[in-house]
Ligand binder design. Sequence first.
Ligand code: SF4
Length: 314
Amino acid sequence: MTRRAPLTVLLAAPRGFCAGVDRAIQAVEDARAATDRPVYVRHEIVHNRRVVSDLEAKGVVFVDEVSEIPDGAVTIFSAHGVARAVEDEAATRGLDVIDATCPLVRRVHHEGRRHAAQGRDVVLIGHREHVEVEGVVGQIEGAVHVVASIAEVEALAPRDPAMLAYITQTTLSVDDTKDIIAALKARFPAIVGPDTKTICYATQNRQAAVRALATRAERIVVCGARNSSNTNRLRELASFLGRPARLIEEAHELEEAFVEGVSVIGLTAGASAPEILVRETLARLALWRELTVEEVTTATETTRFAPVEMSVLA
Ligand code: SF4
């Protein structure tokens, strides 16, 4: 029997679920266990097909709009947050709502509203098609300009350049955001805003871990969903650091050719990707190669959020 070639797998730590994702999934499971009423979630509770399928198997229904939720059903808002109009629609319908919006996304809502209340236009650094950004824009009464690039900063036309503030989506690239903030400050010296820490701790930690992997790994595999912002940023960062990177939603998407001739590979997972995907990816790699798995720890996460308010079920 031919001996399989050795492969060292550097496992990023931290990787996978963040505190906001844990909390949101727990809220759906608790709601399902606590009531016989139908449980509907507006949007994927977190951006991961495996998580959604597991909850669907327990009877939870996922919809895109509140209008699809029947009267009397328990309604859950996802970790990404929603616009005021969505909250209002649910309230008008008399739906019992459990709001699983991540507290760190809520913080961005508050920050944006505070600036708008002071009469400032708000520049939201983020991707306008992302559901979190839709929610943030819809939470702020006033002018909001979404920018995702320096070119968009150059094209900005605020009402009063002296009355501007910026906030950021929680799951951006730390480096891209720094550059956009620098461009904003150069063009609008009076602009006010937080530092890049509006990008959440989990996003920053997972990007720092990929940086550490890239110092030794020849290639990097990122487990997570293609519609997950923080997961995409991990893949982009690995590529930017000169490491061919593959984003996979399921282990079977990984092809043997990707690790051919490679002796050290990095493996991580986005904040909405369950650990089982990492385990299944390791099992797939073990089909082809003799694995040595080494965890590379760049931070220890202790952040935990209070459970989601569930009093509507009482
Ligand atoms: Fe909250 Fe950050 Fe996790 Fe998003 S990635 S749910 S903002 S902790």
